[in-house]
Design a protein around this ligand. Sequence first.
Ligand code: SF4
Length: 190
Amino acid sequence: MTHPTYAQLEDRVRHCTACELTGRGYALQRFKGNGKVLIVGEAPGKKEAETGVPFVGRSGKTLDMWLEYMGLREYTVTNIVKHRPPQNHTPTPSQVEACLPVLDREISQLMPSALILVGKTPVRILGIGYWRMKGDLLFGKSVAGILSYNGIPVFCLPHPAYLIRQGYEKKIPDYLKELLSLYAGRIKRL
Ligand code: SF4
């Protein structure tokens, strides 16, 4: 079952011509429950654009394993940029600028209690000052939940593709388990 606002979002994105990615494949949202935590990646890849669903490939399965470990019962997964950039390139600043109002609209419709940003790029794109930190600090306990976007607490996770390259496709390294548990505890209290 999709969120009641999904059809409005799809209509907006399907007809959007605000940047040169218009007309390419796109991915919107996927849900568990009513989506009180919003998980935000960068942009859809090939599989996502084919299916219209964010994080459905190998990275998506690994991400789901993490979310399950956190015990998150309700969440929505989305991307900052909705249409797929060619060759999976990082969205350009003008594409991001054109698409950010769509994400902001999603946020105001879903009213999430927390954002979980996946990978460093969304942290940079959303202008959260800490993105210059090394990954082990950004994805570490010291900044967990002290970052925010438009007043919503932000939590940062490394990109699953990075962990898959390290051999952690089907298991979670201990340091990440600790982080996921910490995030889960803090998000539960929001
Ligand atoms: S990527 Fe975003 S701004 Fe660009 S056409 Fe698609 S919905 Fe519009």
